[in-house]
Design a protein around this ligand. Sequence first.
Ligand SMILES: CC(C)(COP(=O)(O)OP(=O)(O)OC[C@H]1O[C@@H](n2cnc3c(N)ncnc32)[C@H](O)[C@@H]1OP(=O)(O)O)[C@@H](O)C(=O)NCCC(=O)NCCS
Length: 197
Amino acid sequence: MSTTNTALQYDPITNEPFIRVPHRHANLIVTPPRPSDYIPLIDIMNDPTVYSYLYAPSHPFLESDAIEWIQSSKQECDKVLSNYSKHELLNPEIPIDGSPVNTIREILADGTQKFVGEISLKRSRCLVHLHQPDIMKQKLQENNDRSLGDPDILHDVSPYLAPSHHGRGIASAVLRTLTACWYLPRMKIRNVEAGIF
Ligand SMILES: CC(C)(COP(=O)(O)OP(=O)(O)OC[C@H]1O[C@@H](n2cnc3c(N)ncnc32)[C@H](O)[C@@H]1OP(=O)(O)O)[C@@H](O)C(=O)NCCC(=O)NCCS
C-alpha cells in the first residue's frame, strides 16, 4: 500500500515549501500564497456563498482588495519562512510559531496548479468579543503575550474555498492533514476558538 508523504517538503525546482493532502485528495497541496493568487481571489470573494460567511472582506471586493489580501496572507507565511531556516522547518523536533503554508492548490492533469482557497490557523483574533471592544483588546493582548507552546494560547481557523470546490470534503481533509502534521506537532496548538459574532 502506498502512503502519501504529508510532512513539509520543498519543490525541487522552485524551492517552494508545500504539504500534500493524502488519499483521495492527493491532488491537493498547501503552499505559501503567490502574488498572482489575487486574480482568482477576486471572483471567489465576490461570490455570496463565500463573502457572506467571512468577517473580513469588503463588498464589492475589488482588485486592490485582492492584492492587499494576498500580500497580508503572504506576510504570515513569509514571517515563518524568514524566522526559521529550512533546516529548522524540516526538523520535527523544533517548535515553530506559525505555519509556512496556508494556500490550497489543486494539481490539474496537465501539471498546472489551480488556486482553490486558503486555510489559516493563527492566534485568535478574539472575534467572539467583537461587540465588547475593551474586553476584546484585553483578551487579544493576553493571548498575544503568551509564549510559543503555552497550552492556553487560543487559535482560530478561517478557511474559504472557491465555490466550485465546496461540498467535496476538501476543507475537512486539509484541516485534518495540517492539524496532524503541523498545527499539533510543530505549533503545539491545544485550543481552537470557534464562535458566532
Ligand atoms: C466552509 C467551507 C470552507 C467548507 O469547505 P468544504 O470543503 O465545502 O467542507 P467539507 O466538504 O469538508 O464539509 C465539512 C463539514 O461542514 C459542513 N458544511 C460545509 N459547508 C457548510 C455550510 N455552508 N453550512 C453548513 N455546513 C457546512 C459539511 O456538511 C461537513 O459536515 P460533516 O462532516 O458533518 O458532513 C466552504 O464551504 C467555504 O469556503 N464557505 C465559505 C466561507 C466560509 O464559510 N468559511 C468559514 C468561515 S469561519
